[in-house]
Design a protein around this ligand. Structure first.
Ligand code: SF4
Length: 220
């Protein structure tokens, strides 16, 4: 049964559909801006990106991944030799320890492969719900919406959700975004928040959905 707070009027449903239709018209296949060549590199990059920018992670992994592209190679590298590669990223000591531990579990319990189910993914060190959602969504396995600071802010400004926590916003977005857009919605909302609907001074005059946004007047 649909939660009452998730119900939308026909007019509101049309507005939401139009928002995502315009995102699609602009960027049909949005992707993460993290660089990766395999599920292992993807899950590693996403885990490293917590409280760090994609740009800083890409700089670090451009040097790290060529020498440690697999769980076994990462395990062989070890924490102390891994740290210099990622020391420019926030919280690097904890991230290094978890990345090596994750690699150990992948080698010992999963034959060196990344398990592509939510439960097994979230059981890995350093992989929380948000990281698992990004990985599963990026690989086209599960239409998940990981709610980071950008998605949270944009969802509120567009009045897609007024929920107070990332998990509640995720549940509401999942319920109200039309199915054909669900797999890509996460990326569109992040990109919109990163480049247009930025935190301090959103670029409303150049926003492609300004006429559909209830917050637009707040920023003029
Ligand atoms: S109109 Fe402004 S506040 Fe609304 S989504 Fe666009 S940039 Fe954000």
């Amino acid at each position: 049964m649909v939660k009452t707070s998730y119900r939308r009027s026909p007019k509101e449903k049309a507005r939401i559909a139009e928002i995502f239709s315009r995102f699609e018209a602009k960027t049909d296949h949005p992707r993460t801006e993290l660089n990766y060549r395999s599920p292992f590199e993807l899950v590693s990059a996403v885990a490293l990106s917590a409280q760090a920018t994609d740009i800083s992670v890409n700089k670090a992994t451009a040097r790290l991944f060529p020498i440690a592209p697999t769980p076994q190679a990462m395990l062989d590298l070890g924490v102390e030799r891994l740290i210099p590669y990622i020391s420019s990223i926030g919280l690097y000591r904890g991230k290094a320890a978890r990345l090596i531990e994750m690699s150990r579990i992948l080698v010992e319990q999963h034959g060196g492969e990344v398990p592509l189910g939510r439960e097994a993914l979230q059981a890995l060190p350093g992989v929380g719900r948000k990281t698992a959602s990004v990985v599963l969504n990026e690989l086209g396995i599960e239409p998940a919406i990981a709610v980071d600071t950008h998605v949270f802010r944009v969802s509120h400004r567009l009045k897609l959700s007024t929920a107070k926590t990332p998990d509640a916003v995720e549940a509401e977005l999942t319920a109200i975004i039309p199915a054909p857009y669900l797999t890509r919605a996460h990326h569109w909302l992040i990109l919109h928040g990163r480049y247009t609907c930025v935190a301090r001074k959103p670029k409303c005059p150049e926003c492609l959905i300004a006429d559909l946004c209830p917050s637009r007047d707040l920023f003029y």
